[in-house]
Design a binder for this molecule. Structure first.
Ligand code: CTP
Ligand code: CA
Length: 224
């Protein structure tokens, strides 16, 4: 087994992958979250490990399990915890892929006790979470940085703006317009855009195949 691994194209490379949703606490029993299942990030981690990479998978809450000797799974709950875990490892990696659906906002104050339903209308004040990918782009050195973009309008323009703003090398644009694509679905319609704004269109395909495409782009980068 070790012999085969030594010939794999990502052997010796270290990759950080974020996956899943984040949960932002409202009180001890409630949170703000989203429908991300973590599948995209887990599939990327598996595809990278199958090519010999050592993977650090930082994931928000998900029922998905992974048992692979090249993959270290770090489970977190909130965006703040994901931020800390990513910054703990970013220095040591060659590539980072941000596939997590990080909550953009969190409750400004977390109630210490379960909130009682006394009021007829109820408002929760939210404040922005740290942008994990943006912060990694600001400190990156040699790391190849890949982000995702979920857009419903002006998709290409918005994705290009995210490449620039977050100092990315590549962005994976997710189209929700397509039926069969996105949260809880086994398939994704994605477009790759690199930092020179070269666009690669893809067909609707399984998340497994999309993650293989992403990992092949990483392999190609190191094969030059
Ligand atoms: N991301 C992150 N930390 C955040 C928000 C987003 O690391 N707090 C990452 C996501 O993992 C993804 C990329 O940033 O790789 C883009 O996420 P997206 O939600 O499409 O864009 P935002 O920058 O959050 O902007 P908006 O939601 O307003 O379009
Ligand atoms: Ca967002």
């Amino acid at each position: 087994e070790k012999d085969i691994e030594s010939k794999l194209p990502l052997r010796g490379k270290k990759i950080l992958v974020t996956a899943g949703p984040t949960y932002e606490a409202i009180d001890p029993v409630r949170f703000i979250g989203n429908h991300s299942t973590g599948k995209m990030g887990f599939d990327i981690a598996k595809a990278a490990a199958s090519k010999g990479a050592q993977v650090i998978l930082v994931t928000g809450p998900t029922y998905l399990q992974l048992d692979h000797h090249l993959i270290q799974v770090i489970r977190v709950t909130s965006a703040e915890e994901m931020y800390k875990a990513c910054h703990q490892y970013f220095d040591t990696v060659d590539v980072a892929v941000a596939a997590a659906a990080v909550a953009d906002y969190k409750p400004k104050n977390v109630a210490l006790q379960k909130i009682k339903k006394t009021e007829d209308t109820f408002t929760i004040e939210l404040e922005k979470n740290k942008d994990i990918l943006l912060s990694l782009g600001q400190i990156k050195k040699q790391q190849f940085l890949i982000g995702f973009a979920l857009e419903t309008e002006n998709e290409i323009e918005n994705a290009k703006a995210k490449i620039v703003k977050k100092n990315l090398d590549l962005i994976v644009l997710n189209s929700l317009n397509d039926k069969g694509a996105g949260f809880g679905k086994p398939t994704n319609k994605v477009t790759f855009i690199d930092k020179d704004f070269t666009i690669f269109e893809n067909e609707l395909k399984s998340k497994e195949l999309v993650s293989e495409d992403i990992v092949n782009l990483i392999v190609n980068k190191y094969e030059v």
